[in-house]
Design a protein around this ligand. Sequence first.
Ligand SMILES: Cc1cc2nc3c(=O)[nH]c(=O)nc-3n(C[C@H](O)[C@H](O)[C@H](O)COP(=O)(O)OP(=O)(O)OC[C@H]3O[C@@H](n4cnc5c(N)ncnc54)[C@H](O)[C@@H]3O)c2cc1C
Length: 373
Amino acid sequence: MTEIVLIGGGHAHLFVLEAFARAPLPGARLTLITREAFAPYSGMLPGRVSGQYAIDGGEIDLKRLAARAGARFVHASATTIDRGLRQVVVEGHAPVPYDLLSLDIGIVPDVAAIAGAAEHALIVKPISTFRRKLDGLLAGLGDGRTRDLVVVGGGPAGFELAHALRLRADGVPAQAKGGVRVTLAAGRELLGGVPARGRRLARRSLDDAGIALVEGARAVRIDPDAVILEDGRSLGAQAAIVTTRAAAPDMLGRSGLAVDERGFLKVRPTLQAEDDDSLFAAGDCVTLLGQHRPKAGVFAVREGPVLAENLRRAAEGRALRRYRAQSQYLMLLADSRGKAIALRNGLAIRSRLAFWLKDRIDRGFVDRFDDGS
Ligand SMILES: Cc1cc2nc3c(=O)[nH]c(=O)nc-3n(C[C@H](O)[C@H](O)[C@H](O)COP(=O)(O)OP(=O)(O)OC[C@H]3O[C@@H](n4cnc5c(N)ncnc54)[C@H](O)[C@@H]3O)c2cc1C
């Protein structure tokens, strides 16, 4: 019996489970080890903050998907990979032996990069905890005091979250006597790396929504009531939400795997670890050797089918497929005015149609893996 073990219910592993549900592999046993029972779909996270989607919408039931795939479901955190003994050490559970192992464990927020963030910032995932804290903060509105919400980080997640918070706050009654100010502290520049027209559209969209944009300086400290920037500016903040750089999960380095200088697992185009043919990985936790790409759910999604196929081929002793990350992809950034900015190949438009398209793509993705049966 070949033991195939998946750690993490990230986007790529959804495809692996789906592929095994469609075509079981005789002589192999699949196990999913996951800290969360439900996998949030990244594209719908801001919509779950804003209330566009139900709080439990946009999630995939991993236990149900694992059952469809005939996989054993271990609801726990993996702590270390013992490659000598070929087993995964799991918190509160017996070690899980493997012949082939696959990691899709995402990132951890890099709260260490900003002083005070670990103590004072709100973290977006898990989303249910985040929403509870946010709703608690908004509950007292109407007492005459203004709440300042500051989103730190000017990437796509920061942009969408600022809009989502705006929409959420606008939906709370009794705002007139106080209200909520949303500020996006975008670091040196909003959406760095995006073409100038895209950045212009993004600024206009923030302006339309009444979201204050602060650029030109990174946040260096978070106090209980303020975000402090590197040029000394202080932004009042009853809540600061950090969406800046991603850090690698500790487990990779702790397990003695071949990682890059930031701690992410180095993988070859076959999605195998640089130095281990039995270890596969995909999604934000990897660095693809020779193919530098940003950390985004879209890559985890594209890697998924290749990973599924390669695990099957490896179990059967066949030659593996090579994954080539696309250099151009469609990025859709939703705002709180019912529009989205679509970016691709240097082109940028902002329209209601783009918002509709994003909603359709996102719902389609979740429905694919969470068929409710
Ligand atoms: C607010 C926000 C909005 C975003 N919007 C977009 C967007 O529109 N488009 C886009 O492409 N990207 C977006 N992103 C980025 C996107 O969320 C990530 O790129 C994507 O989720 C990465 O997928 P993944 O498969 O690598 O892992 P993840 O989706 O992060 O999943 C990893 C899973 O592994 C589990 N896990 C981790 N460690 C362990 C362990 N030791 N043992 C067991 N389980 C473990 C975690 O609990 C988690 O469930 C957004 C991010 C944020 C925060």
